[in-house]
Write a protein that binds this ligand. Sequence first.
Ligand code: PGA
Length: 242
Amino acid sequence: MNRLIFQSNEELNKAGAGLIISLLHTKPNAVLGLATGRTPTGIYAELVKAYRRDAVRFDHCRTFNLDEYIGLPREHSESFFTYMEKHLFSQVNLSSSQTHLPDGSAADPHAEAARYDALLNSVGQIDLQILGIGHNGHIGFNEPSGALTSATHVVELDERTRQANARSFSSIDDVPTQAITMGIGSIMKAKTVLLVVSGEDKAEIVHRSLTGPITTQCPASLLQTHPSLIVMMDTAAAKLFR
Ligand code: PGA
C-alpha cells in the first residue's frame, strides 16, 4: 500500500489527476474506473485543465463508472450520468461510445446489472480504479453487510448513505433507495486502485479500513489485500495515521 498525505486539496487533486495523465501517456487505451461524489470532483477539474492545455487526451481510453442510482432518469440533475457529463465527459474528448455507466432507469435493473457485468468482464481488467469511501466504509455502493457480492448487482442503500447523499436532493425522500453497483470482485480485479479521501469526517473510517480487521462489515477494509493500492489523503482525513 502506498499512502500519500497532501497538505492541501489542490495538491491532492493535482497528484490524482497526474496519476491518470501518466497512465494515459504510457497506455493511451487504458481502461479507467471512475467514481462520483464530492471526493473526485477536484481531480476531474484538474484533468479538464490538463486537457485544455494539451497535456492529456482521451482518444483511445474507455471509462467504466462504479455505480448509478436506480429510478432516476439519466438526465436527472442528481444521476451519476449527469454528474459525469458535467464534471468530465462533456469537457474533454470523451465520446459516449467510450464511457459506460449502469443504466439506473432500465426497466429490469437486475438484467441491467448483468449486462454491465458482462461488459466489464469483456474488458478484462480496469487499469486504474478511482474510489471514494463512505462514512460506513462502503466502496462503490457495496454497503456493509454479512456478505458481499463479487459481480455488478442491485443494492439497497444504507440509511447513512442516503442521508449523506441527501445534500444534493431537495429532501431525503427524493434520494433513491436502490442502486446498481460494481461488485467487490470487479473493484479488487483492477490493476491499480486509487482511494481518495479528504476531510476530517472521513478520518476514522479510512483509518479503520486500512488498519483494522478485514471484514465485510467494512467493505473498504478488503482493500488492504489489494496488491496495488494507492491512498491519497489530505491532512484532515489522515489525522489518525500520525
Ligand atoms: P463522497 O462519497 O465523495 O461524496 O464523500 C464517497 C462515497 O460515498 O463513496
